[in-house]
Design a protein around this ligand. Structure first.
Ligand code: F6R
Length: 366
């Protein structure tokens, strides 16, 4: 059942080229410009005309929501708020007519997310669901939605569900952007073509596995980790830190790299591993300066960079090279080495990676 892998988590990490293609199958075809999500059709104009999008989710699904915020704002020009479902539901939130809610959940059973949906519904919002488990409670509570079709995720740490959520959210945003006319035909086409290259790029990133084992072995005894990114890679930093915390029990924090100087930089010393997600995008120069700031304080730099990067490897103790892709799609690729890093560290520390202490796969209690 684990398909020859030692753990479900590793199997699920390695399934991602397939789960991402499964998620796009029949929905996207760049050759014909076809882009459809059957479950959206009836309500798609609500999204096109939305004054605001509210995304509600928890944990890793909330991180997928943060990436979607950047994507929707860039290409659809709709303001987006990303909410922890548990905070949203208890704070008497403002939900207006014209607001559209997108709820993201792998299990479709998360109690806080379900309650946030019910609350928003009672205030008249239209709710879209992005879920993995077919027929679960959340898809039944929403007006419309799209499944991620990643297949069953058994490992408690979410991996393939995250990349499938990003895939579906990108598809939704591209449909909306095209209908709204907020994206040029050329950019739209480029992104469709790039989306289709993602499974092969993820496959290539998985080939880094042996190299990542060496990094894991070097840092397995660390008691803290920092993960830093900017722009589309900022939520990836949060996700990398969450993966490490939940399965290896090492304290880790994800931060937007530029926020370092507002406090966390005080943590840096020669013991502190700092993982930079620093692929070549519009914030590249800025993150190079952030790496220098960490180096100057003797932090141990591990960088995830775009293949062929000449500068950052010189500044890093370890460098992980991932294939180039449009920055808006990079999280689906740049998260892969971070999943592998947390997996190997957890295994080397003797942790139960598939069933970490204190955690359950579906959080059906608040
Ligand atoms: C992290 C993880 C959790 C879930 C969260 C939401 O690896 O698994 O943080 O992402 O409990 O779960 P779903 O997506 O099922 O609503």
């Amino acid at each position: 059942e684990k398909g020859g892998f030692e753990h479900f988590m590793l199997k699920e990490i390695f399934e991602q080229p397939r789960s991402i293609s499964d998620c796009m199958r029949g929905r996207l075809d760049s050759a014909t410009g076809r882009l459809v999500l059957g479950g959206l059709r009836e309500y798609v104009n609500k999204l096109v005309n939305a004054d605001r999008i509210l995304i509600v989710a928890c944990g890793t699904s909330w991180h997928a929501g943060l990436v979607a915020e950047y994507f929707f704002e860039e290409f659809c020009r709709i303001p987006v708020e990303v909410e922890y479902a548990s905070e949203f539901r208890y704070r008497n939130p403002v939900v207006r007519e014209g607001d559209v809610v997108i709820a993201i959940s792998q299990s479709g059973e998360t109690a806080d997310t379900l309650a946030a949906i019910e609350l928003a519904k009672s205030k008249g919002a239209i709710i879209f669901g992005v879920c993995n488990v077919v027929g679960s409670s959340i898809p039944r509570a929403t007006h419309a939605g799209a499944y991620t079709h990643a297949g069953p995720e058994i490992g408690v740490a979410s991996t393939k569900a995250f990349t499938a959520q990003l895939t579906v959210l990108n598809l939704i945003a591209l449909i909306v952007a095209q209908k709204k006319g907020t994206i040029t035909e050329q950019k739209f086409h480029e992104l469709l073509v790039d989306m289709e290259t993602i499974p092969a790029k993820v496959e290539k990133a998985l080939k880094l596995n042996d190299q990542i084992k060496v990094i894991a072995d070097t840092f397995k005894d660390a008691s803290n980790f920092l993960y830093l990114g900017r722009g589309y890679n900022f939520p990836v930093a949060l996700e990398g830190a969450l993966k490490l915390k939940e399965i290896s029990y090492i304290h880790a924090e994800g931060y937007p790299a530029a926020e370092m100087k507002h406090g966390p930089i005080a943590l840096i010393d020669q013991e502190m591993p700092v993982v930079f997600i620093a692929t070549q995008d519009s914030s590249y120069e800025k993150i190079v300066s952030n790496i220098q700031e960490v180096k100057a304080r003797k932090g141990r730099v591990i960088s995830v960079v775009t293949e062929g990067d000449k500068l950052i490897p010189k500044m890093s103790e370890f460098t992980i090279e991932v294939p180039a892709v449009h920055e808006a799609l990079m999280p689906m690729v740049s998260v892969i080495p971070l999943q592998l890093l947390s997996y190997h560290i957890a295994v080397m520390r003797g942790c139960n990676v598939d069933q970490p202490r204190n955690l359950a796969k579906s959080v059906t209690v608040e």
